[in-house]
Design a binder for this molecule. Sequence first.
Ligand code: ADP
Ligand code: MG
Length: 610
Amino acid sequence: MSPSRGRPKTGSLPLVLAAVVVLALAVAPAIAGNFTVSLLNDIGIGALVALGLVLLTGVGGATSFGQAAFVGIAAYSTAWLTTAQGLSPWLGLLFALLLTGLSALGIGMLTLRLGGHFLPLSTIAWGLSIAMVFGNVDALGRHTGISNIPALTLGTWSLADRRSMYYLIWLLVGLAYLFSRNLLQSRPGRAIRSLRGGTTLLASVGADAYRVRLSLFVIAALLAGFAGWLYAHTNRFVSPSPFDVRASIEYLLMAVAGGLGHLVGALVGSALVLSLKNALQDVLPLLTQRAGQLEAVAFAALFILLLHFARGGLMGYLMRWWRRRRPAGPGSQETGAPTLDSLAEPVAPLAHRQLPPRGTPILSVSGAVKRFGGLVAVNDVSFDLAAGEILGLIGPNGAGKSTMFNLLTCTLPMTAGSVRFLGRDIVGMPQRQVARLGLARTFQHVKLRPRMSLLDNVALGAHARTGSGVIRAGLRMDRKEERQILQEAQRQLERIGLGDRAHELAGSLPLGTQRILEIARALAADPVLLVLDEPAAGLRRKEKMALAGLLRKLRDEGVTVLIVEHDMDFVMKLVDRLVVMNFGSKLVEGVPAAVRADARVQAAYLGSVA
Ligand code: ADP
Ligand code: MG
């Protein structure tokens, strides 16, 4: 492996580009006309909402067609408080965020467990109903809305002028961007970026996918809340239509057009959509009297074209262009690449678990049964496991080995039987809780995040050993713990011989090596028991020997290993004991030599292609 495949060199162009953009934004109000400044204000407000959507939809994989409703909740709260109640707009902000956050929490709790298309559909439902409330409540001015909303003031300085608002808006956009970027490069951020990997993946590292998704949903809504508050005090007037489902789709269009995979995409997309909208509003009336309807058609067409030809949005294009120019450059990672300096400064390692003394019974499966409809995949299987041993589970294809693993890790509910782990009955316990007790696993069908680096994939494994939340991460108060996590991940990567490829993408590894990467992720959890489903499949001989060496070393350190493996040679040399399954039942249990000599085992294997 050439050393150049290690850390990518940080290119200088994006930094220069960022500096140019910031500078241009800083001087814009001084040179631009009123109209342009107003447009830039709208773009900033749109970018805040789109940023939430990049996080929620682009990173987290949950599509929302109702984001404008959150903008509306915040805009109407501050409008009502500052007009009808005569309160300060700053109290309005507080109240707006509170109400938006609570609404998101409530709506999220009701809808985020819905799978597949039901979540996006439900977002349309609440998007419609909230906009309907604005149009029908007398106190909110029904369809005429609320006018005479006061301008913001800072002490004696009034922000009534669009140029003063401009600075506040873009300051908030900048802060929101930094917060989001910090968040993605953190413990909660890795969980957020793994949401698309599914509930089971997150549960296997002790994380609760539902809670992660809920917090992401609230973050996105709060960003929309800031936008709504700014909207109300910039335009000084609110009415229902800017917060209806059509507006929500426009926000989604911004995120898609800019690039759902990039935080900057929110800004780019907002600029793109709002500039286009402005241009259309100039041109269309010249062509037709039904300009408003034509505009909707134009946007619909744009949406469809984007989905067909440019799913990565404008940022996707730019990144591909940049990567072609600099193959090893930054940008080879999706949103939230780890900070490269995190590994430089040494910190105290993460605390280790006290492993049970060698020989203590740690796992006891008795009478395990799993039925899938009429099929009995696991039929009355019992075995015990003592600390510090390597137990092999073998059997022909379809014997029920993976299902057995899913039962004892609580990934699947058991039909009957009991499993005790570290003295506790774990049947019915949530999978993530079992993981937190010290049971780490890998999957026969790998569950890695292909667009995340090796380092980040492994760092996800340390989720349950650490505790930084969204706020700490967003404000970068988690840096010490983050360094501990990344250094732990790097250590585990070195253990499996991939230390010099930490910053490559997991998806670029051959499948066999991806399995080994899953072992590193499991080890990052500091497990008592390591459960490995066919880890050697797809490995070359030398790699298998290295893996066997690693597993023996782990055993010597006191880690217990339970392993399913097809390569008999590999298994026989490695394990202390074997359990053989066939047709869902336990056939034989014993030391390798005895199992190898057993006539029933030979018959089972001769009858299959194992
Ligand atoms: P092994 O890992 O030993 O090859 P599995 O545990 O994957 O075997 O499968 C055992 C049996 O259970 C197979 O017949 C398989 O088709 C069936 N099976 C496994 N998972 C499911 C499922 N989710 N639904 C229905 N049948 C399943
Ligand atoms: Mg299997």
